[in-house]
Design a binder for this molecule. Structure first.
Ligand code: G3P
Length: 217
């Protein structure tokens, strides 16, 4: 399973890239606004920090302008993935990019039916929003498994990118249910390393080791 960071904080990203565990980055208009920086500048910097896919989202609502915006975004760097909303126009733009060999991430997916359309439009990635579905009273992770079943039924190669991921448990469940990738806010990425028994066990090992008076180096 590929792990992406959902962030425009380049300092945090540069630090987490050092783990060697960051496979790509996703952004959205809210995260760009949060950065307080020009979009092209932030995306270019992120593309310089990671070799993997970097999603940059078009903001037009009509297909023609989305295509123009997407082409401009794709020109920023070779690893840009054009992110498009799961709307009728978004999927028309998606199909145009697929025909041109430009990678896409169809976002704001909340149902199997929408995911089916994204795959038929040739999306490289589809982003089901797990946390926002949970907020809405549904089981967001269950959607991942349902989309997996449908994509496998028909051999679609669109990758399932679990988004709006809020907890380490979300990541684990999405992995169990067959997500190809998950995009995580930095705090959730950090949480993946943690378990209270790891901390407790390490404390005991180090305390016992100290009693020996030995050093390894
Ligand atoms: O980038 C899309 C997504 O990950 C947003 O997450 O937490 O705002 O629902 P959230």
């Amino acid at each position: 399973m590929q792990l992406f960071l959902d962030t425009t904080d380049t300092a945090v990203l540069a630090d987490l890239v050092k783990t060697g565990l960051v496979d790509g980055v996703t952004t959205n208009p809210t995260l760009i606004a949060k950065s307080g920086r020009p979009m092209a500048e932030v995306i270019a910097e992120i593309c310089g920090l990671v070799e993997g896919p970097v999603s940059a989202e078009a903001v037009a609502t009509d297909a023609e302008t989305m295509i123009k915006e997407g082409r401009k975004l794709a020109d920023i760097a070779g690893n840009v993935v054009v992110k498009l909303p799961l709307t009728r126009d978004g999927l028309i733009a998606c199909a145009a990019f697929a025909a041109d060999g430009i990678a896409t991430n169809v976002t704001l997916c909340f149902s199997v039916a929408q995911a089916l359309l994204a795959a038929k439009a040739g999306a490289t990635y589809v982003s089901p929003f797990v946390g926002r579905l949970d907020d809405h009273g549904a089981d967001g992770c269950a959607l991942i498994g349902d989309i997996r079943t449908v994509y496998d039924n028909y051999g679609f190669d669109t990758e399932i990118l679990a988004a709006s991921v809020r907890t380490a448990d979300h990541v684990a469940r999405c992995a169990e249910l067959g997500a190809d990738c998950a995009t995580l806010p930095p705090n959730v990425f950090e949480a993946l390393f943690k378990h209270p028994l790891t901390d407790k066990g390490l404390e005991a090992f180090l305390s016992d080791w100290a009693k020996t008076g030995q050093t390894i180096l």
